[in-house]
Design a protein around this ligand. Structure first.
Ligand code: GLV
Ligand code: GLV
Length: 333
């Protein structure tokens, strides 16, 4: 029997490609940049499976160009680049990579929080600019992480891993989300607040919620105005949860002290964007899950999802389980 055909939109880390090739005939986009849409539309015409990246837009149009498609597998936890409803309507399961990246992404959130609160980017710039010619009692004073209040927007799997880090740093931890989570409140000792209260009480706010129509521009000018002038904002979700223009204004006017972003809008963010030039904005290029071990685990889970879909088995991690005829479980936050 002929092998099923799989389109792979980027060479995955580790040995994932060999595993895919053992069961599928692979068409690989082997360039070091995202595949252009027209090339993907062409390649997918006779594909049974799609192994994609968060940079690929998988919309209704692309699905129409792929009449034989039986599974979509993204090497990411976030599925905002995929039209889930259109996939579900076609009974196409969508695989993603939850859990394997929780701890690594929480590490990134904490690295960003500490970099912004303690002004590490400005410190590095200062040394590199040759300005470090003396010690000064009030040089680049920041705000404490220890003994402060952390507000987590979205207490999902990643949010909970961030909460545990905050508790380890002696922080009081607040959270908000679509649902209260009493069992987790009791287990971890985190405190529920509505969004507005969380914003005004927190010293450090971390956005860890998936991007949906409800969370788009959740952090807008009004939200930023509620934050303390000493506060830090960290975004590790998707760029679209924060209104970039409003953030520029808030950082320039001192409405908040600092921001640190793993994700931006637009993404990639051009070097001449006002956010990039602001000394109190620390930006890294979407590195949330970027340890070697975690990226390989994501590539392997995405492979397991793809191959299960091609075999007609249930995906180990499916973002639209309603294709299996069950009600969708409520989202983690
Ligand atoms: C990264 O942002 C992911 O969604 O895995
Ligand atoms: C949040 O980002 C989650 O993975 O639940």
């Amino acid at each position: 029997m002929a092998k099923p055909r799989a389109v792979v939109t980027r060479r995955p880390p580790g040995s994932a490609l060999e595993s895919i090739e053992s069961e599928a005939a692979v068409w690989l986009w082997d360039e070091n940049r995202p595949i252009p849409t027209d090339r993907l539309v062409e390649a997918i015409a006779d594909a049974d499976g799609l192994y994609c990246m968060l940079t690929d837009a998988v919309g209704a149009g692309l699905l129409q160009a792929a009449p034989s498609l039986r599974v979509v597998s993204t090497m990411a936890v976030g599925v905002d680049n995929i039209d889930l409803a259109a996939c579900t309507a076609r009974q196409i399961p969508v695989g993603h990579t939850p859990d394997v990246l929780n701890e690594t992404t929480a590490d990134t959130a904490f690295a960003l929080l500490m970099a912004a609160a303690r002004r590490l980017g400005e410190g590095r710039d200062y040394v590199r600019a040759g300005k470090w010619d003396q010690w000064e009692p009030e040089l680049l004073l920041g705000h404490d992480v220890n003994d402060s209040t952390l507000g987590i927007i979205g207490l999902g799997r990643v949010g909970r891993a961030i909460a545990r880090r905050g508790l380890g740093f002696g922080m009081r931890v607040l959270y908000c989300g679509r649902h209260r989570q009493p069992a987790i409140e009791a287990d971890l000792g985190v405190i529920h607040r509505d969004l507005n209260a969380l914003l005004s009480e927190s010293d450090h706010v971390v956005v860890a919620t998936p991007l949906t129509t409800e969370t788009e521009h959740l952090i807008d000018a009004a939200a930023l105005a509620r934050m303390k002038p000493t506060a830090t904002l960290v975004n590790i979700s998707r760029g679209g949860t924060v209104d970039s223009e409003a953030l520029v204004d808030a950082l320039q006017s001192g409405q908040i002290a600092a921001a640190a972003l793993d994700v931006t809008d637009p993404e990639p963010i051009p070097a001449d964007h006002p956010l990039v030039g602001l000394p109190n904005c620390f930006i890294i290029p979407h590195l949330g899950s970027s340890s070697r071990r975690t990226r390989e685990a994501m590539a392997d889970l995405a492979t397991a999802n793809l191959l299960a879909g091609l075999r007609g088995d249930r995906l180990p991690a499916c973002a639209n389980p309603e294709v299996y005829g069950k009600a969708s479980p409520s989202p983690p936050d």
